[in-house]
Design a protein around this ligand. Structure first.
Ligand code: SF4
Length: 473
């Protein structure tokens, strides 16, 4: 049995099974301890975050007043820290060749029915043009693990291609990368290529379940996979994004696992994860959902998101088009700060829809276009943001976190969201989205706290309307 040690570089110690089991027991024993729960909620309401132990207790408590309080505090923290901004992004699938055996993913090596594809640099350029024409500025690059067909050099070339394309007023200004766990040296190369966040999902933190779901391939090495973020940080990547695929194992275990991982990164590197993704398992080619009995209901899912919001207030939270519009609406309220829009999960799905059919990683629930989602967000009172300023201004890692914690980022993020939204409205919006946006920018500019930032924003928005692009604080 390994001893729990958040500062250790050994996965077994920072994601300690015995610690998680002890915490689950503790949470079950204290689920009706209203004095303790009251203290935890008070701490959460102050925006001080929660430990994994405190979060576990809240997850277990079934009292309805407590549940309402959790949601109310989550809404309040979300509003205080993120305002009404929602960051937009799209996934870009490069290749679905994979040597791993993950039983929940249709890209697994033994799937003989899926259409296998790998994009050439010309095809990637076509995808990027299609994404730019939708209005996207931020991508999450996705690829299966295949050292021969999709080696690191292919990924690096693809990043170069993506950044080099400027179609009309379009530009991809931030490429986040979601590829298999790799070496410190390769992470250094990704950093040098100018990536934003390195994203890797743990899938499940439960090692026993993990081993069962990953019967073959390099990803079956749980420790190597779990220590990937440590290597990424050692390679100089400041912003890392963690995630669990809810539905693979017991949700309580994975919620605690995510928080242990976040606490470990904070303890070892002084900065927690930049983002947490909360996908849920979805139907896909060759994937039988009846084999996954741990599916999480919408209500439970909303509670998981809210508790994560309380536990790690300054960590962005991401949700994909796996989820329906209604589910997305609910979790945006209680914690999610970044969503994808107009996504295709097939390889080449933006420019070559027909040829890419049958290569999807998962079925999409939210099929709306990016423009429809932008219009919908505006109608709900949100500000869709295409901002990529922080990492381009060097505000990454602990520099981003300390700014976020001081609240000073409000004078950057708010104006940046408005300026990038104005770009979107000028270049890509439909009539109905323009109608939904009417008056919104002026009303939001008036709320910018610093007079100087307000004045500069007004002036820059006027210049954007006249044709200039890419201002940022
Ligand atoms: S989850 Fe990733 S590693 Fe596993 S089969 Fe799918 S693409 Fe390959």
């Amino acid at each position: 049995m390994s001893i729990y040690n958040p500062q250790s570089s050994t996965a077994e110690q920072f994601i300690s099974h015995s610690e998680i089991v002890a915490i689950l027991d503790y949470a079950a024993a204290h689920r009706n301890d209203m004095a303790l729960i009251g203290d935890i909620l008070t701490k959460a309401a102050e925006g001080r975050g929660l430990t994994h132990r405190e979060a576990a207790v809240l997850m277990e408590c079934s009292d309805s007043d407590t549940t309402e309080r959790i949601f109310a505090i989550a809404r309040d923290i979300k509003q205080r820290i993120y305002g009404n901004r929602i960051v937009m992004f799209a996934p870009l699938y490069l290749s679905n060749h994979c040597i791993n055996g993950c039983t929940y993913c249709p890209y697994h090596a033994t799937n003989r029915t899926i259409a296998r594809r790998k994009l050439s640099q010309e095809q990637i350029a076509a995808e990027v043009i299609a994404l730019q024409d939708m209005g996207h500025k931020r991508l999450a690059l996705e690829a299966g693990e295949h050292p021969k067909l999709a080696p690191i050099e292919y990924i690096l070339d693809s990043i170069d291609t993506i950044y080099s394309i400027h179609h009309r007023n379009g530009a991809i200004r931030r490429v986040n990368v979601n590829i298999a766990a790799t070496t410190v040296e390769n992470y250094r190369r990704l950093r040098d290529a100018g990536i934003g966040t390195y994203i890797l999902f743990e899938e499940t933190y439960n090692r026993e379940v993990y081993n069962r779901l990953h019967p073959s391939g390099p990803k079956s090495d749980w420790a190597y996979h779990t220590e990937a973020m440590d290597r990424a940080m050692e390679g100089g990547i400041d912003d890392v994004g963690i995630g669990a695929l809810f539905g693979l194992a017991d949700y309580r275990y994975d919620l605690i696992g995510l928080l242990l991982h976040a606490e470990h990164l904070e303890a070892r590197f002084g900065v927690g994860p930049h983002t947490i993704s909360v996908p849920r398992i979805r139907p896909a080619d060759d994937i039988d959902l009846t084999k996954f009995p741990n599916a999480v209901t919408d209500e439970l899912f909303r509670r998981i998101v809210a508790i994560l919001r309380l536990a790690v207030p300054y960590t962005g939270m991401i949700i994909s088009t796996r989820e329906s519009a209604e589910c997305r609406r609910q979790v945006l309220e209680v914690g999610v700060s970044q969503i994808s829009g107009g996504s295709r999960t097939s390889v080449g799905g933006y420019a070559e829809q027909q040829q890419s059919e049958g290569s999807e990683q998962f079925d999409i629930s939210d099929h709306r276009t990016l423009d429809q989602i932008v219009g919908w967000l505006l109608e709900l009172g949100y500000i869709p943001s295409f901002c990529t300023a922080c990492y381009r201004e060097g505000r990454t890692g602990d520099r981003f976190m300390s700014l976020a914690k001081s609240g000073a980022i409000g004078n950057c993020c708010g104006p940046n969201a408005l300026m990038t939204l104005q770009e979107y409205l000028c270049d890509y919006a439909s009539e109905s989205t323009l109608a939904a946006a009417k008056g919104v920018i002026a009303a939001e500019v008036a709320k910018i706290p610093s007079e100087r930032a307000r004045q500069i924003t007004v002036e820059r928005i006027e210049r954007i309307v006249k044709g200039e692009r890419d201002f940022r604080f």
